[in-house]
Design a protein around this ligand. Structure first.
Ligand SMILES: *Cc1c(COP(=O)(O)O)cnc(C)c1O
Length: 494
């Protein structure tokens, strides 16, 4: 059976997985969703014996049904290889009674690698299957981590170019250094004088611009997206929740069928949506906790049913979650409305025009398995310090938002279920904020001194991704205004 995909905003002719991966965003501006969510075909016991790559195949074959077994296995094996610094790919570490699912062992030490190391392979395979001969131009807005992970994934991939826009003053120094030192003759990195939402809106506008698409087509280019709206990113993210469950079962931490909770530090709602899909596939997950930083638009939404982006944008120490428009939430709205594309469209129109929308009580009830929480800057820092002082383990600022929210949920609810905290970045990626949280005395040290100090106190070797940028040369220094993004793209593709 072929699983087809349709837009959240209209029920026109559904398309295959490979076509949805190629398109990224639907023409009507909606996001692609599978017509139904498949059920896992392996038992939980069998799961506990599978490697990461085998688990990935078990999940992806259910979603990407127009790929052959050979094609999928080749994509998987090319993605989850020595680029990861551990065979487990996504190991689980226990600290203070919580289970941290470390999603940062890939080439850019943040969780975006989990999907972006496979997306280029899925995309080029999809192009081949659909006889696309145009050069694929990946256009991406990033709050820091997507950009580098996409650049690393696509650099020098034949038949592709990648253009990344990031908020010039909205990413960490190490994130910026990682991007502007990117090698590869097909890579372009541009800072904009705006925030992440500005970058994302600019990219969306280009995707929706039919005239631009025609002009580029005439030159032999076609746009695609590496943003988390692409189903080629969503599906690979489902894998690690399923793998983590098998891992805990194998270690005897949980018994077969035991429900576990998951807390996910959230920005664009992609990672937690993947957990939601894993649960719908039959994985025994209990509560899904959506953890926000001070940009708590999702917390307010989950509490009240009103999504209101009309608020101050706050720069926090977890910049990859500094987001006021969580794109992937659209998929949840669609599912919670009973796949009502008219309803989804009207909510999205309201968000675009009025800056807000309100869902129905029925939709809200349908989302009751997802709880919201948020952590202030001081709570985030406190979580890092407490975990370190209690266990010696050092978590990054994003993970700390998840941990802080989860610990308070547990205290208030008395829910004693075991819990996975999605650990979305290595502390080395946000060294300054992490070290200052551990002890304010670190405030006066240089960035790379802090890196060495972090290694000393955590007894974790400095990852290769950080060693590389110590001395790397800046190769990208272009900056533009937020309304000049299209001009820049046209110039690059001249
Ligand atoms: C992108 C990112 C997030 C947020 O993930 P979403 O899928 O956008 O919700 C959290 N932490 C880190 C480190 C990230 O890079």
């Amino acid at each position: 059976m072929n699983l087809l995909y349709q837009s959240t905003r209209s029920h026109t002719a559904p398309i295959t997985a490979s076509q949805a991966i190629l398109k990224g965003l639907a023409e009507d501006g909606g996001l692609y969703v599978p017509e139904s969510i498949p059920k896992l075909e392996v038992t939980l016991k069998e799961l506990s014996t599978l490697t990461y790559q085998q688990t990935a195949y078990e999940v992806m074959k259910l979603y990407f049904t127009d790929f052959t077994e050979e094609e999928l296995k080749s994509c998987i094996n090319n993605a989850y290889d020595e680029k990861f610094d551990t065979k487990e790919i996504a190991p689980v570490k226990e600290a203070g009674g919580l289970y941290y699912l470390e999603l940062f062992h890939g080439s850019t030490i943040a969780f975006k690698d989990m999907a972006l190391s496979i997306l280029p392979h899925l995309l080029t395979t999809a192009a081949r299957k659909n006889n696309v001969t145009d050069e694929i131009v990946i256009l991406t807005a990033t709050s820091g981590d997507t950009g580098k992970a996409a650049l690393a994934g696509f650099a020098d991939v034949k038949g592709t170019k990648i253009i990344v826009f990031y908020p010039k003053d909205g990413v960490s120094p190490i994130q910026e250094k990682q991007m502007v030192t990117q090698k590869g003759s097909n890579t372009y990195v541009i800072g904009i004088d705006g925030n992440f939402d500005d970058a994302q809106n600019g990219v969306k506008a280009m995707f929706n611009n039919k005239k631009l698409a025609e002009d580029l087509k005439a030159k032999g280019y076609v746009f695609s997206s590496a943003n988390s709206i692409n189903v080629g990113r969503l599906v690979p993210q489902i894998v690690y929740y399923i793998y983590a469950y098998g891992n805990l079962l194998r270690k005897g931490v949980i018994s077969e069928g035991e429900k576990i909770n998951v807390a996910v530090p959230t920005g664009n709602f992609g990672n937690i949506l993947a957990a939601y899909f894993a649960k719908q596939m039959g994985l025994p997950l209990g509560k899904l906790i959506c953890a926000s930083n001070e940009n708590k638009v999702l917390f307010d939404f989950l509490e009240t049913g009103v999504y209101d982006r009309k608020r101050e944008f706050i720069l926090t120490s977890s910049p990859s979650m500094d987001i006021l428009i969580s794109s992937n939430l659209e998929r949840l709205l669609y599912l919670a409305s009973g796949k009502d594309s008219d309803k989804t469209l009207s909510l999205m129109n309201s968000l675009a025009k009025e800056g807000e929308y309100e869902i129905t009580k029925e939709m809200k009830d349908n989302m009751s398995g997802i709880l919201g929480g948020y952590a202030s800057e001081s709570q985030t820092a406190e979580a890092i310090r407490k975990v370190y002082e209690g266990t010696g383990y050092i978590i990054d600022t994003h993970t700390a938002v998840g941990a802080s929210v989860y610990v308070r949920y547990k205290e208030e609810s008395k829910d004693e279920s075991k819990a996975i905290i999605a650990s979305t970045a290595s502390p080395y990626k946000f060294t300054r904020s992490v070290m200052e949280a551990v002890d304010s005395k670190y405030g006066s040290m240089e960035d790379f001194e802090l890196v060495d100090e972090l290694s000393r106190i955590s007894r974790v070797p400095v990852p290769a991704a950080i060693e590389e940028i110590r001395r790397a040369e800046v190769l990208h220094d272009r900056v533009c205004k937020k309304d000049e993004m299209q001009l820049v793209v046209e110039e690059i593709l001249k």
